[in-house]
Design a binder for this molecule. Sequence first.
Ligand code: SIN
Ligand code: FE2
Length: 220
Amino acid sequence: MTFDLFDALPTDPDAAPAAEPLAPGAVVLRGFAREAGPALLGAVGEVSAGSPFRHLVTPGGLRMSVAMTNCGERGWVSDRTGYRYDGVDPDSGRPWPPMPEPFRQLARDAAAAAGYADFRPDACLINRYLPGTRLSLHQDRDELDLRAPIVSVSLGLPATFLWGGLRRADGPARVRLAHGDVVVWGGPSRLVFHGIAPLAAGDHPLTGAERINLTFRKTR
Ligand code: SIN
Ligand code: FE2
């Protein structure tokens, strides 16, 4: 039995990742980050060695169930005084780790595939979910430049993404996001309410019992 050399190639050039429309200005790019997954997760390890994951406190005093860290010029933080982007990690007192090049490239490529040319994120929020972790419906609205999209990369355990509307009361659709899926939302969908349902237990070959999400933002 012989194997065609091309069978061994990691990607089939004819099989472009499927872009699944979610709403005007919003798409799911199935498997877009699958190939880069191990490199992205390795870089998450480097970032979190410099700025470890932590559970932020909301302005209302609740401890978030998602653990977060950031890389890039600025990072998203929450405390009793509110939400903001900050150039300094409040835990370390130092700037956030720089955005790894594979992060920057993937974010740019995914945005372009979704129709947003020349996306240059200055911040990447990294979320870590364990079984039971959830993220309630919210808008990403702390960025000054709302013309740029949000690029969201799912790694590890699958999750149920809650995709609502422009009003908090709009009942959300449930969208399953698996390892390597990328969601891009901008334009008329930029301020759509979204969240993550409580994570189901599981065991992923690359992340074990965790889901990691990267969200790339242009904050100013
Ligand atoms: C977020 O809204 O910041 C994260 C969404 C996700 O984890 O998929
Ligand atoms: Fe968000």
